[in-house]
Design a protein around this ligand. Structure first.
Ligand code: SF4
Length: 682
């Protein structure tokens, strides 16, 4: 005798999910609204744990009520809330989806039609959403629905998919004004029905394992008995009365609410009694389920199948009693999660985040596996020394460690910076820019260096620096330090010097009054010696010369009042602008004859002067005080002299008198001005 089992055996996603809720620690007493699943064994087992099934809440006044996968009528939920009960909604998401469709369409004025059994708790719950106005049918499309202005058709999740398709095909759509049909039969129901159809076509006998009140088990029986002899059994005991013939092919299917224990029992009985060898593969699979949770270890990588995806994440089946869940933020690397990208049955590569179920599901991450895969791809691109980024996970003896895909990356302490790093702690959690030194594919180990990248970058910068930094070029630099002979400035990481004489055109007390440590300024390159690695910069050269400021503010012909800064036999020096002086020659000091300049001026006097001339090349400003005075009356003695014939004058060599000015000692020293002047002492 040959025994063939369907691939889909054991609890469906919705049942596993609702059972998982019973594992949580809720306020007691705990009730389920109706039998949690259509299986007396499970219901009794739950009862032993103190979780009791009730069919109405009138006698329940405290504690928790778990709403089973079928959902519950609206008025039941309202009553539970009114009573202040802790309501745990374990409604299967596929059922919740139908309830949302009905709520939306009913609100939009649609008539509702439900394909299913009118007294099935799921259908009752859905019907309650539209105030029990729905037309429920499980045979031909009701004639009265053709009168509907707007019609919405949904199906009970465990209906016969084939029957629903046939009925929908036969609807005379032309007779309906507006109709929207939603195929809401759940995927596991369809899968199991497809398998039952295929198996029953090739078998002589079909065993359908499941509770007698289970709707989906009943549907499987209907499908199978069209093709061969079919028996519905809930355990091994019931097999004893069935007569099997030698050489018959026996097919086994099970309802979505049939526990694995019942399935194991039936298959075990059949194999012990009707076949020679047990199916090792199946028993191993059963073992795996039996050791549920115990063999799981955090970080385990495994393949899972999508059962359901919504905005919050993806529910996955990984062959255990309890499902797994990938939270939306653990689904993709780039936070572009979209439930539509994860159809039922899609296989995913994931990592177990915890060996303990949370809220009745095991948490998985797909993102982490994607990251590992991405890391492995990166390893292939860095074999020639290309730079890659690594987040340091921890320090170890002599270096830092991180992961790149399935590879462990080690960065020796000597390879983190250009100098040896003793304190590694600050680097944990930071991202390093690395280049591989060694890749060992067998040990999946990479030794990498950041130092080589930093060194190469520094050299490249230096190359660019020395190419571009030539005399006359203006550069931007940060003041790093100040000494008595100048300021140290960093330009593109290279230290340069601004000598004190190149800081300002005018006298100053302290360099800090002009240049501040930590601030950036523009400088002109005065000298650049690559061999000696020395660069001289100038700051004052980029500032306006005080002489230019002076002639801008005091053009020729203008009058201003200035202070006398010094007196010379040939005239008086007057401050035009700080650091710039002009000369009032003795002949321009007064409108009367001046024998000695000291007779009319003293240092510190303020005097009104007129700018007579400017020599930009020699940086000289000629001033006149006389030009600002009224013309003097003619001297009578002079007038008399004028009438007398003039005796010929003995020609004496003309003394050259200074008419220069000095901007300051440093730029045009007064000593220089005087060195060519012959001054007679009284
Ligand atoms: S049979 Fe489908 S709808 Fe029903 S509980 Fe299972 S998964 Fe949910």
């Amino acid at each position: 005798m040959q025994i063939i089992r369907a691939k889909n055996l054991g609890f469906c996603f919705g049942v596993k999910r609702s059972l998982a809720f019973t594992q949580n620690d809720y306020p007691k007493p705990i009730y389920t609204f109706g039998a949690l699943i259509h299986n007396s064994r499970i219901v009794n087992a739950l009862k032993k744990e103190g979780i009791v099934a009730v069919n109405d809440l009138s006698e329940v006044d405290k504690g928790t009520v778990i709403i089973r996968s079928h959902g519950a009528p609206v008025e039941v939920l309202e009553l539970a809330e009114k009573k202040g009960l802790n309501v745990v909604d374990a409604t299967c998401p596929f059922v919740s989806k139908i309830r949302s469709i009905v709520a939306e369409k009913h609100a939009a004025g649609y008539d509702i039609a439900i394909f299913g059994k009118a007294d099935h708790p799921e259908v009752v719950g859905i019907n309650s959403i539209c105030g029990y106005t729905a037309t429920v049918f499980d045979e031909a499309f009701p004639e009265k629905l053709y009168d509907s202005e707007k019609l919405c058709v949904v199906a009970q999740t465990t209906s016969s998919a084939e029957k629903f398709e046939n009925i929908i095909d036969k609807i005379e759509k032309d007779r309906l004004k507006t109709v929207e049909i939603f195929d809401t039969i759940c995927y596991t129901t369809k899968e199991r029905q497809r398998e039952a159809e295929a198996l029953s076509e090739q078998c002589d006998v079909m065993l359908v394992i499941g509770g007698s009140d289970s709707s989906n088990t009943a549907k499987l029986k209907c499908i199978c008995e069209k093709n061969c002899r079919t028996y519905s059994v809930s355990g091994a005991d019931e097999l004893k009365s069935i007569k099997f013939n030698v050489g018959e092919k026996i097919g086994i299917v099970a309802g979505a609410s049939t526990p694995i224990e019942s399935i194991t029992e039936v298959i075990g009985y059949m194999e012990n009694n009707y076949t020679e060898a047990k199916n090792e593969e199946f028993l191993q699979a059963v073992d795996a389920v039996e050791t549920n949770g115990k063999t799981l270890r955090e970080g385990k990588r495994m393949k899972v199948k999508v059962t359901y995806a919504d905005e919050k994440g993806i529910t996955v089946d990984f062959g255990m009693k309890i499902d797994g869940r990938i939270a939306a933020d653990e689904a993709t690397l780039d936070d572009t999660y979209n439930p539509a990208d994860y159809p039922q049955g899609m296989e995913l590569d994931v990592i177990l985040l915890s060996s303990k179920a949370e809220d009745g599901v095991y948490p998985f991450s797909k993102k982490k596996v994607d990251k590992i895969k991405e890391g492995d791809k990166i390893v292939d691109t860095i074999r020639n020394g290309e730079e890659f980024a690594l987040v340091v996970e921890r320090e170890t003896k002599g270096g830092l460690l991180g992961k790149l895909g399935t590879y462990t990356v080690f960065v020796p302490a000597s390879q983190i910076k250009e100098r040896y790093i003793h304190d590694l702690k600050p680097f944990v959690g930071k991202t390093l820019r690395l280049s591989r030194l060694e890749i060992d594919d067998t040990k999946r180990r990479i030794v990498a260096s950041q130092k080589v990248i930093l060194e190469a970058e520094r050299k490249e910068k230096e190359q660019i620096f020395w190419t571009n930094v030539v005399p006359g070029v203006v550069v931007s630099g940060k003041v790093k330090g100040i000494s008595k002979f100048g300021a140290f400035v960093s330009v593109d990481g290279v230290d340069c010097l601004v000598h004190i004489s190149d800081i300002s055109w005018t006298k100053f007390k302290s360099i800090e009054d002009i240049l501040h440590i930590g601030k950036k300024y523009d400088f002109v390159v005065l000298k650049a010696d690559r061999e000696k690695g020395k660069v001289s910069l100038g700051y004052k050269q980029l500032q306006k010369h005080p002489f230019d400021v002076a002639i801008e503010n005091h053009p020729v012909g203008s009058v201003f009042t200035g202070k006398i800064t010094s007196l010379m036999p040939f005239g008086a020096f007057v401050e035009v602008e700080p650091g710039v002086e002009g000369l009032v020659h003795v002949s321009e000091a007064s409108n009367t004859y001046v024998k000695n300049i000291n007779d009319i001026f003293k240092v510190g006097d303020e005097v009104q002067v007129k700018v007579l001339a400017v020599d930009s090349e020699e940086k000289k400003i000629t001033l006149s005080a006389k030009a600002c005075l009224p013309e003097a009356p003619e001297d009578p003695a002079k007038a008399e002299k004028k009438d007398k014939p003039r005796a010929p004058r003995k020609k004496e060599p003309r003394k050259e008198e200074g008419s220069e000015w000095s901007e300051d000692d440093g730029n045009n020293p007064f000593a220089d001005l005087l060195k060519d002047i012959d001054i007679k002492k009284d």
